[in-house]
Design a protein. Structure first.
Length: 199
């Protein structure tokens, strides 16, 4: 029997090398934002969570600029794998951070309007238990919701210095953790320009 893997959803898993200094700088910067600015909430649930504004890439910070450089390299590597379209000159990105305290998590959601989304972990508790802090990608095929035996769910454990990039329409969520340490990620939306948008 030949199996045709119809309509696969390509999720790219990446890792930044020698990123300890970068992560430390990002974490300090994000805590500084949390201490000074109001949380936006959005998909996050829990009393100990914080969601920054989505303007991180516009901020004048050395570590954010280095992050932008690295996540752009990830984008350039991922794009040729998933599409023959090229990035237009008006393609834009926006990033925000999620600081998950004990018991905080993200609900099932998508990123409407974003062609691609990514998540990067700059801080992960050292003592996570097996089911804590898991990033879940949910089966995008609606009909699968009617059959629990054949539906698919991909689950990844967060790791400092690593992340993933995926279509913005792919539903995802996270499970809570109960460590006293925070887990912190930076999410990015990519809006691909084909000559008609964002001019």
């Amino acid at each position: 029997m030949e199996i045709v893997n119809a309509f696969p959803t390509e999720v790219g898993i990446f890792e930044f090398e020698d990123c300890e200094y970068l992560n430390q700088g990002l974490v300090e910067f994000l805590y500084d934002i949390r201490d000074k600015e109001k949380s936006l909430g959005r998909s996050m649930t829990g009393y100990n969570g914080y969601h920054t504004p989505d303007d991180l890439l516009k901020r004048d910070n050395h570590f954010i600029k280095e992050f932008y450089k690295k996540i752009t390299e990830v984008l350039f590597e991922y794009i040729p794998i998933v599409t023959t379209n090229t990035l237009g000159e008006h393609t834009r990105m926006s990033s925000w951070a999620m600081i998950y305290g004990s018991g905080s998590y993200s609900r099932y959601h998508v990123h409407p309007g974003a062609d691609l989304s990514s998540v990067y972990y700059c801080k992960v508790p050292s003592n996570l238990k097996n089911e804590e802090g898991i990033f879940e990608y949910h089966d995008p095929r609606p009909a699968c919701l009617y059959d629990r035996n054949l539906s698919a769910e991909v689950r990844t454990k967060p790791k400092e210095g690593s992340g993933s990039i995926f279509p913005g329409w792919l539903a995802h969520s996270t499970t809570p953790h109960y460590s006293k340490e925070d887990r912190i990620c930076i999410a990015t939306n990519i809006f691909i320009d084909h000559g008609t948008f964002f001019k």
